[in-house]
Design a protein around this ligand. Structure first.
Ligand SMILES: C[S@@+](CC[C@H](N)C(=O)[O-])C[C@H]1O[C@@H](n2cnc3c(N)ncnc32)[C@H](O)[C@@H]1O
Length: 284
């Protein structure tokens, strides 16, 4: 376990270093394939320039770090930060294999890591900033690492109700595997940035400026067919988390239930459903 096991985000450190989230490290290929349209949106909004210094919060297995490093080139720099040991190890291996000396990842809680002050031109995150216990304090400390006027571009999920691709699948098998109660509106979690007023309060409260939220609904191809989409849902997201609490004997019934759910969304191009996200932009 990382040292962050003792810090302010200790429960999240335990969660992101535990069995429910291992897929983000071990099966990142599957996630990356499906979430590629979200990374594209993030990079379009961020428009990284050659030579820029970029900070990637909650970088996971490093897919965005690699993409950013390619865009800033050898004269730039990308620092990825993540609290999950296994994901950081995967990211470090991928960076080394790609020979990208301008990229680096550290295992740390972004809310407390001693970043060099005023050193980054751009802050990005794909789904890595919704998990701080005290988000205003976390963003205030992250902001201190940004140069004045630096760009901030974050992808975060909108509400659970709008993200039917994952919550609909969980609802379809609720009788078999009840989902744990959702976190409260001020608690960390997948949908903690759903409320735009809360996001503005956090980011302005942390000293950022020009906060804008743009709703985007990128289409995710969840599988070539319903069976493949169900397999993915059992790996990542609401269903997979609920499965951890359920007896092994329920797995096949759950698989059948979510396969039926996804069959209703299957078309000629496979199972394609929109994700509801905010593209959040701001300036330091
Ligand atoms: C939903 S995953 C997204 C991973 C990656 N950005 C991607 O899109 O594939 C959220 C990530 O945020 C990381 N995370 C959560 N709390 C964090 C914190 N306080 N500091 C750094 N990383 C954190 C988790 O370990 C996890 O890798």
């Amino acid at each position: 376990m990382p040292a962050e096991a003792e810090g302010p985000n200790a429960p999240q450190a335990a969660y992101w270093n535990g069995p429910m989230t291992r897929a983000w490290a071990r099966l990142h290929d599957r996630i990356d394939t499906r979430f590629a349209p979200i990374l594209d949106l993030l990079l379009d909004h961020a428009a990284p320039q050659a030579g820029e210094r970029v900070l990637d919060i909650g970088c996971g297995s490093g897919t965005s770090v690699l993409a950013l490093a390619g865009q800033v080139g050898p004269t730039g720099r990308v620092l990825g930060v993540d609290i999950a040991e296994e994901s950081v190890a995967v990211a470090a291996r991928r960076i080394a294999a790609a020979g990208l000396s301008q990229a680096e990842v550290v295992l740390a809680d972004a809310a407390t890591y001693p970043f060099p002050p005023a050193s980054f031109d751009l802050l990005v995150s794909r789904f890595g900033v919704m998990f701080f216990l005290d988000p205003v304090a976390a963003f205030a400390q992250i902001r201190s690492a940004l140069k004045p006027g630096a760009r901030v571009v974050l992808a975060a999920f909108r509400s659970a109700a709008e993200n039917h691709w994952t919550t609909g699948a969980a609802a379809a098998v609720r009788d078999l595997i009840p989902s744990p109660p959702p976190p409260g509106p001020e608690e960390p979690g997948q949908f903690a940035f759903a409320d735009p007023a809360r996001v503005e309060r956090i980011l302005y409260g942390a000293g950022l400026q020009e906060v804008r939220l743009t709703a985007e609904d990128p289409l995710l191809r969840l599988g070539a067919d319903a069976a493949e989409a169900a397999d993915f849902a059992m790996t990542v997201g609401q269903v997979s988390r609920a499965l951890h609490e359920a007896p092994e004997s329920r797995r096949e019934a759950v698989r059948a239930g979510i396969t039926t759910f996804f069959r209703a969304h299957q078309g000629a191009g496979g199972v394609v459903m929109p994700a509801a996200i905010w593209l959040v932009t701001a300036r330091a």
